[in-house]
Design a protein around this ligand. Sequence first.
Ligand code: ADP
Ligand code: MG
Length: 285
Amino acid sequence: MSLLDVTDLKVHFHDAAPERFAVNGVSFSMEEGDVLGLVGESGCGKTVTSMCISGLLPRWKADTEGRITLEGTEIFNCTQAELNRILGKDLGVVFQEPMTSFNPVYRIGRQVAESLYVHEHALTRDQKKKRVLDALGRVGLPEVKEVYRKYPHELSGGMLQRAMIAAAIVTNPRLLIADEITTALDVSIQARIIDLLRKLNREMGMAILFISHDLHVVNRLCQRVIVMQRGKIVESGRTKDVFLHPQHDYTKQLIAAIPSRKRTVIWLPDGREADGYIDRKRSNS
Ligand SMILES: Nc1ncnc2c1ncn2[C@@H]1O[C@H](COP(=O)(O)OP(=O)(O)O)[C@@H](O)[C@H]1O
Ligand SMILES: [Mg+2]
């Protein structure tokens, strides 16, 4: 049994034209520990796909077809109570959108602890606090005891993004969905978040569905990649194969659209070293 199976997923928003599907027949699987990239231009259906997987797509807004199973549980057949048991426990989700980000009036510690209050009733208050401090440490935040007591506005963008990842992993989920989480960050913080995700994958065996329109970042993180266009998968495979030998015109266009400094990295066998080389060359000139 796969960790995640998405089979012929279709999504139609009630207010869209009858023939217009936001997601139109998407199928893919993830195994334990997979790091899968989902790429494609804005509006191609990445977020809608991730919302379906996490049971967050409001049923009154859209009709869905197809099947999604997460660790054997069929998401579309779940009651709200069952969905609540999965989300924040076996499945962690980080969105870029403020919708799921922190509430400004509560301290970071309390918000990172949220899933523990929902899912880990057996833990004492002190045990929960210890788990939160541990999660804040794992995402690489310094001075975790101080971060614990801070309010969201007291953290920088990069620190806040780390704290949100901490909130998503505090229950040790089997799958983390990260939807455009590096998009608003500057390049050096992006690189650190990517290193962090790699570490979580390696050390905890956490599978990651990494959604981004930044092919450069996907290339550095993901073993496999899926390319979406207008609700459909047009190409998928090992990241290196897809980016080195794109078969589909749309994938070729996406790659051609990457700024040249970044494009160079993709053509070299070791992304990280290539990056350093290019930066050195730049600073010399
Ligand atoms: N709440 C909504 N109501 C109607 N249409 C929506 C809604 N959310 C998304 N869509 C449509 O679904 C399609 C896919 O959107 P989305 O998954 O957000 O794209 P992206 O790949 O940029 O994440 C878009 O065409 C968008 O217009
Ligand atoms: Mg999106």
